[in-house]
Design a protein around this ligand. Sequence first.
Ligand SMILES: [Zn+2]
Length: 426
Amino acid sequence: MKFTHTLTVPAAAALALFAAPAAADTTIIHAESVIKDAGSEPTGRATVTVTDGRIVSIEDGWSEVPEGATMIHLEGKTVMPGMIDLHTHLTGDPGGDFWKEATEPDDWGVVVGAKNARLTALAGFTTVREAGSAQHTAFSLRRGTAEGLIPGPRIVAAGPALAIVGGHGDVSGFRPEINELLDSGYTCTGAVECAEKVRLASQNGADTIKITATGGVLSQQGRGLEAHFTFDEMKSIADTADTLGLKVMAHAHGARGIEMAAKAGIDTIEHGTYIDEQAAEAMVENGTVLVPTLMAFQGISERLGKGIYTPVVEEKVRAVAETARVFMGKARDWGVTIAFGTDAGVFDHGRNAQELSLMMQQGMTAREALAAATTGAAEVLDMTNEIGRIAPGYSADIIAFDGNPLTDITVLEDVDFVMVRGRVIE
Ligand SMILES: [Zn+2]
């Protein structure tokens, strides 16, 4: 392994000697209007210049195309920064057959993920946070889209989620020896072991740490939706991640689990279904952000009563449906910061932008929803200088569509043009 690795570097260098001197790769985009960020009004006709994957300038009117530059003429289209989904599972498609975990190799997740990465990008999402996937599958996808080998968004990946033994995120529902065989290696008990698993995730390539702080809806475990990790375990995970410069995202449904995670210093609460005022207060005090994944609830309720889910899951889905229609609005009223994430994979990939309407149904303005999916999400990722705006120096993550999302958010469900890091997605 090491031998072939040392060979590739001189080989690449030798090739470069014979290649033409690197001319800057420039693309000129003519847009009918540009929404530079969620706080701005659409401009009139404008030209966006992209060089080597970065935005160089935004100028009024349609400028001439310099020799050697590529021109993309988007007459009639509105141009906006690409959207960011903080909660996807690219390596999986919706399905109720939990036993597939025992029949499908991890590699299959990369194949499925390559298909979904393209669909996600075409839907206008130029960055996603992979919120839990088998072993190194998301890391392979991350490299694939970064190097342009497969079309797709920039991927910030958690890798396997940390879970309690037998809890949501661990395997459950099989006979003991099968559970044991399918163990991801990322369950932990006690502060020391949990710290170790954060370090293991970091060692293996995680950009962020995902934990399942409470029970979940779609797993076979029927142990409720409250806190499953102890406070000491969550605190150890948050503190250890912090020393490594990693943020922690916690799947959490029950109010006391949300409160505990916020107090332990976890950065984002995923789902947050049963949030109450006390939990919201803890989130506000600790600067914890809510990623409500309303599409997850939408997706799973569409699949109810079709014999897709096992009885234990079906029961949990029905119990959660009513609350799912109101909890984000309550959190917003209590002053919790909300960022965009969908849980794509629980529903079909490519429908991500439908989350925006669901957020508005719970009280957000179009501008707030747009910010949640651009600048707000970029802040969660510590990437505010890189993504979420059309501005000089930013990554050329650009989408185009008909209409104005500030007056009709659903125009974002039909995106016509997508560029990720300067590459057009086809
Ligand atoms: Zn999820």
